[in-house]
Ligand binder design. Structure first.
Ligand SMILES: [Fe+2]
Length: 387
């Protein structure tokens, strides 16, 4: 993360004696990235973080690319889908993937997790399409709501508690590389610049510590190598009395993303919100349209020669597309041009503003629909530009 944060009690000097009320030492844990060269945090545990009681058999937790699917402009219809599984991990359905990332949906029946999860394969970006709840992690309590992007660095041990009322629908992205703020919006010490569409005030780290000191048996499901490894610890993993550093989960609301607009159509990079290895995430938010007297607000046809583009339609009318619902994904593959549906360009002329809300993922390496994703394919979409 781009700025230093601390919660709870920590000793004045790192790697020094820090004692509990009974005189025993707190157990320090350095959580660091890129070896010792990236961002890190120091956490102080009541118990030993290696206090493993038992290890269960690993079970597969991975998806397969449907490589025979071929080159097609694709629409995945997930609007009518209700819950996608019983619990948080069981409900995770990844619909697209490559070696850099996976993207999918998650609408669990159970709102409270009775286990902890730790993703050791990648960072997670969870977009809350519908729902309101709390992310409990070693870094504290983070309240989240509709429209939030939640960035969870790999190996964060967490559990969600979602409100029982209303729908719960999450967009889930797993990234092989770290998910970061956009480099061109940062100055040489990491502060977000004046022209960044969001700044540090919009970034919400855990606001308060949540310490569970109790002993017992606590299950942590660890994802590593596409498998789930059930680890049982002899204490709650949320036994942290304090931490500080730059590495922690945080939320950023899509509603706090300030759009960049212009006289003529602005290119997608103005919508960029995050960067990662091999892909970017962009936010399309309510904004004024282009104001040149001859402006065409609808996007132009576009041939992306070296990236695949996914749009997840969250809210509003999408003027350049027909037949797209709330919860639809479109995948416009590199190698084919894509653009507005017939009639939508003329219709857009004179429009002053849009209320649309969408999340875009652009990959630099080919993205595949997974075998799971095939269940949602709209077969009519590739020919939907036919005049
Ligand atoms: Fe495009």
């Amino acid at each position: 993360m781009a700025y230093y944060h601390r919660l709870g009690n920590i000793p004045p000097k790192r790697h020094t004696q820090f004692r509990q009320p009974d005189g025993s030492l707190y157990k320090e844990e350095l959580v660091s990235s890129k070896g010792f060269s990236g961002i890190y945090s120091n956490l102080y545990h009541i118990h030993n973080p290696n206090n493993v009681v038992s290890i269960g058999d690993p079970t597969p937790f991975s998806w397969e690319p449907a490589k025979e699917y071929g080159l097609k402009q694709t629409h995945l219809k997930t609007a009518g889908v209700g819950t996608t599984g019983k619990d948080y991990l069981g409900a995770r359905k990844m619909l697209m993937m490559n070696n850099d990332c996976m993207m999918g949906i998650c609408s669990p029946e159970e709102r409270k997790m009775d286990y902890f999860f730790k993703n050791a394969d990648g960072d997670e970006l969870i977009y809350v399409h519908d729902g309101e709840g709390v992310l409990y992690s070693q870094f504290g309590k983070l309240e989240v709501r509709q429209g939030d992007y939640i960035v969870i660095p790999r190996t964060t041990i967490y559990r969600f508690e979602w409100k029982e009322e209303g729908p719960l629908r999450l967009l889930v992205i797993e990234s092989h590389g770290p998910i970061e703020t956009v480099k061109r919006y940062r100055n040489e010490v990491g502060q977000l610049l004046e022209h960044s569409p969001y700044c540090e005030r919009d970034i919400r780290p855990p606001a308060e510590l949540h310490t569970e000191s109790e002993k017992g048996e606590f299950l942590v499901k660890i994802k590593k190598g596409g498998m789930l490894h059930p680890y049982t610890y002899g204490h709650s993993p949320l036994d942290i009395v304090g931490w500080d550093g730059y590495l922690y989960p945080y939320a950023l609301s899509i509603h706090d993303f300030e759009p960049i607009t212009g006289r003529i159509h602005q290119p997608p990079p103005v919508h960029q919100t995050f960067q990662a290895w091999g892909f970017v995430i962009c936010s399309f938010v309510p904004r004024l349209f282009d104001y040149h007297p001859l402006a065409i607000p609808a996007p132009y046809n576009h041939s992306n020669i070296d990236s695949d583009e996914v749009l997840y339609y969250a809210e509003g009318e999408f003027m350049s597309r027909k037949g797209i619902d709330r919860g639809s994904f479109t995948i416009h593959m590199g190698g084919l041009p894509h653009g507005p549906h017939p009639g939508t360009v003329e219709k857009s002329i004179g429009a002053k503003e849009t209320e649309e809300l969408a999340v875009m993922l652009d990959t630099f390496r080919p993205l595949f629909v997974t075998t799971e994703g095939l269940n949602f394919v709209d077969p009519a979409y590739p020919m939907s530009w036919k005049e």
